[in-house]
Design a protein around this ligand. Sequence first.
Ligand SMILES: O=C(CO)COP(=O)(O)O
Length: 253
Amino acid sequence: MSPPGDHVRKAVIAGNWKMHMTCAQARAFAASFRPLIADLPDDREVVLAPPFTAIPTLCRHLAGAGVAIAGQNVHWEESGAYTGMISAPMLLEHGVTHAIVGHSEPRKYFSETDEQINLRARTAQKTGLIPILCVGESDDQREARETERVIHRQVEQGLEGVDPLRLIVAYEPIWAIGTGKTCAAEEANRICGLIRGWVGHPEVVVQYGGSVNPATIDMLMAQSDIDGVLVGGASLDPVSFARIANYQVPVPA
Ligand SMILES: O=C(CO)COP(=O)(O)O
């Protein structure tokens, strides 16, 4: 655990657009978003993960704005017969710097395993991308009090052979994703602290994700072990995502 409010790690505010946004919509977003983040304090970084098709547009229209671009996934091979997939060199060619791996949606809809996710994370690092490894328990697992066991396994298997210093881990409880139910800040902080311990390096950046919005961001960022957020729905609107990026930690009374 870190002392409260002592953020030695740079905060990382990331948006995951999932399967939203055409190139035209990404262009309009960039035009509105750019002036709203012009004066961000330098204690934080902003990352956006658009769909693959909107990556070149977003890279071009946010050039010089201080926004890093992420892939929403990355294959473990650098090329090959994998119809429909995108490799790390393909992302790097456009200036992409990060890649989400192990998000609960591909885990659920495409049956991604911890072993595959580990291969993705390793390939990402090997080629120079920073993996954003997502972990988190389902509602049933939470009810069955399996949260710690599930996340411990995801961290241990997902990060085998992965360098903790070129890595972000996002704690995304599945029951909080897209439901409007943000995990209580103290509970999210507790799990993020556990994740830091399991990764075994105090400098690893640990984010929280799950229904983060402009009303909850300041309290989340006030927590000692939450170094940033991974935002879905609220990152589609430039005003709300800019408000999240411009978070202000409340000063204790
Ligand atoms: O899955 C998420 C980010 O990766 C969270 O999505 P929401 O912010 O829409 O709950």
